[in-house]
Write a protein that binds this ligand. Structure first.
Ligand code: GCB
Length: 648
């Protein structure tokens, strides 16, 4: 007779398998390109040729087929760095505020053996380009993609093999025009009053509070795989006592049959479990769980799962090797707690933006590493990817450093009733597919956020969010789902479907500006109302105040460093009462100042950062740092080197 605890273990594995089947709905994968003994990667970062299509209908590039010949042959080109937003690179205000198609192009030398070996797949991958992209190789269209924050790729072997003597010319056209069914939504407004605006004048209206930076924002690269290759891997993890469980599924392409060897290695490269076959459970004795930063002395522990595929056809034999970092951890939500590895986790973190001087939303390693150092200095254990998916490279950093992520899709600014129609919903579902497909294996990602502050009170919103949240849970039954709300109406709409209530509020800022004294009562009321209604844990997902660094006044007045400090401290007092009950986290708005479109509410961007846009601390950063380290000391187990939060 199996002992009861054994039965428990078997049951656990069976449950994990059932959940797992549900989670493998996505048919195609898109593994992050990694080099291995069977795969090569060639980065195409650097200078590209660039031209904005300034024609009145912005369509000259297509009418004159700019993709057919070298871009310099059809008009003037300038240097444009990739990755980067193009907006702040030149001195031309027309390019900063440009709306429409821009064209990028560069030539690449493709290694001869990639072309000679017909058994090699050559893939182009764009980490992200905002918003709509079309890609040609040597004048042949290879793919197009809608959506600004997620990767897309295309196999180009057949095109480059057509004439191996030609250099490989890559052309990418990118359009930043937003419509009512893009994510985020926007509208184009044509100004026809000739007494006020010149002929053909139009503007883009947006309903979100960050600059609509555009261009190729993340790395472009070519990579190879063998024809028979590992197309996707999904892992879901659990543990029982000391044994870690890694339930995996591998999908293979390009081979009628293949044999697989799956090996899990610890940090020192020692094999701790192995298996063969396209799916299975790896059992790890004496498991090192993945823990958040400041919750454990050894945070961010990652195993390496090596998948080795062997296959053959009448022509040749193929071997493909892909290694995936795997953190073993669980996530659960009760009516009052957020549990990681069955221990209560309190989010003390930030909201961020991908945003900095000059490069806009372009991926920039010095900035990424600086931001992680600042997060650690602050004692932050988490962030929300407000308001769109961040680069995969950032998600990998979070896995390694134990920074917990609420992964948000670009569903921000859904305010117009027409953005709740079928076309919008269909696109939103696809974006969630792409996001879950990309980020499902990141241990750091503990929750999906499907939207930020939608107009949830509008009648079609109920069906929209019910469908969206159900779809997301079907894609990934292991993670809770939320959408972030600001509206009291939403208390009765949409929220029933979420697992965790995320609420933004700006008491004494947008409401009762200047009246710091209202914060305690209003914040208290906010929490009590939400909890009474839903009995679900609550995260204060935004709060803060605009602050111009160096501006001082005592007693505090709005926009000064003193006022930001007071706002934070008043909120913190209430958090300290409520975190003993059902408040499970606090995320400051914002980590750093960021650029917005111009308007009477913004002084060169949003200034609610606790760091300036150049990542220098305002006075509030020290308040937050002291608090976060105190919270960490109370709730976590600090690594010896972080006892004194002075250096990394
Ligand atoms: C919010 C939004 C965020 C804004 C912020 C603000 O509620 O979610 O995108 O930037 O308020 O500062 O107004």
């Amino acid at each position: 007779m199996p002992r009861p605890e054994r039965l428990g273990g078997v049951f656990r594995v069976l449950c994990l398998c059932a959940v797992f089947e549900a989670a493998c709905l996505l048919d195609a994968g898109m593994l992050f390109p990694r080099e291995s003994s069977s795969r090569e990667v060639k980065e195409l970062n650097g200078l590209w040729n660039f031209r904005a299509d300034g024609s009145s209908n912005r369509n000259q590039g297509f009418e004159r087929a700019w993709f057919k010949s070298r871009l310099a042959e059809t008009g003037p080109v300038i240097d444009m760095p990739v990755p980067a937003s193009y907006n702040d690179i030149t001195q031309d205000p027309a390019l900063r505020d440009f709306i429409g198609w821009v064209w990028y192009e560069r030539e690449v030398v493709v290694p001869a053996h990639w072309i000679a070996d017909e058994g090699t797949r050559v893939v182009i991958r764009v980490g992200s380009a905002h918003y709509y992209s079309v890609v040609w190789v040597n004048g042949v269209k290879v793919t197009e993609h809608k959506g600004g924050h997620l990767p897309f790729e295309a196999e180009i072997g057949a095109v480059i093999r057509k004439d191996p003597t030609q250099p490989c010319r890559i052309t990418i056209a990118v359009n930043n025009t937003l419509s009512l069914d893009t994510l985020p939504p926007g509208t184009i407004q044509h100004m026809t009053d000739r007494t006020k605006y010149p002929d053909g004048y139009f503007v883009q209206n947006i309903f979100f509070d960050f600059f609509n930076y555009a261009g190729i924002h993340r790395p472009v690269l070519l990579y190879t795989t063998p024809k028979a290759h590992v197309e996707d891997i999904t892992v879901m993890t659990d543990f029982l006592d000391n044994t870690g469980l890694v339930n995996y599924k591998v999908s293979v392409q390009g081979a009628a049959s293949a044999s697989l060897k799956v090996t899990l290695m610890d940090k020192d490269g020692r094999c701790v479990a192995s298996s063969s076959g396209p799916s299975g459970v790896l059992k790890v004795t004496d498991v090192n769980l993945w823990w958040p930063y400041l919750m454990h002395e050894n945070p961010g522990y990652l195993y390496s799962m090596e998948v080795r595929l062997m296959a053959a056809d009448e022509r040749s034999a193929y071997e493909d090797v892909y290694t995936l970092p795997v953190g073993i951890r669980t996530v659960n939500v009760t009516s009052t707690q957020f549990l990681i590895n069955n221990k209560p986790f309190y989010f003390h973190g930030v909201n961020k933006h991908e945003d900095s001087d000059i490069r806009g939303k372009g991926l920039d390693w010095p900035l990424i590493v600086k931001d992680f150092n600042l997060l650690k200095w602050l004692g932050a254990n988490s962030f929300r990817t407000s308001h769109y998916p961040y680069a995969e490279e950032i998600m990998q950093m979070c896995d390694r450093h134990g920074i917990v992520v609420i992964d948000e899709c670009p569903g921000v600014g859904i305010k117009d009733i027409r953005s709740f129609g079928n076309a919008s919903l269909a696109h939103h579902l696809v974006v969630m597919d792409e996001l879950v497909r990309r980020d499902k294996n990141h241990a750091s990602v503990v929750m999906w956020s499907v939207a930020n502050e939608p107009a949830a009170e509008m009648p079609p919103a109920d069906f929209y969010f019910k469908t969206l949240i159900k779809h997301t849970k079907d894609l990934d039954p292991t993670r809770p789902v939320t959408f972030v709300t600001d509206s009291n109406y939403a208390r009765d709409k949409g929220a029933p479907y979420v697992d965790v209530i995320c609420v933004n509020s700006y008491f004494s800022w947008y409401h009762d500006p200047g009246h710091l004294e209202v914060i305690p009562i209003q914040l208290n009321t906010q929490f009590e109302n939400w909890y009474r209604k839903y009995q679900k844990p609550i995260i204060q997902s935004e709060y803060g105040a605009d602050t111009v660094p160096g501006l001082h006044n005592d007693p505090p007045v709005m926009f000064t460093e003193e006022y930001q400090k007071e706002v934070l401290q008043s909120y913190h007092n209430v958090f300290d009462q409520k975190r003993k009950q059902y408040v499970i986290g606090e995320l400051i708005w914002n980590f750093a100042d960021f650029m917005t479109s111009q308007g009477i509410m913004r002084v060169v961007g949003n200034k609610k950062g606790v760091f300036s846009r150049q990542r220098q601390p305002k006075a509030a950063a020290f308040i937050l740092k002291e608090r976060y380290w105190r919270l960490a000391n109370e709730t976590g187990r600090l690594p010896p080197w972080t006892k004194y939060p002075c250096s990394l």
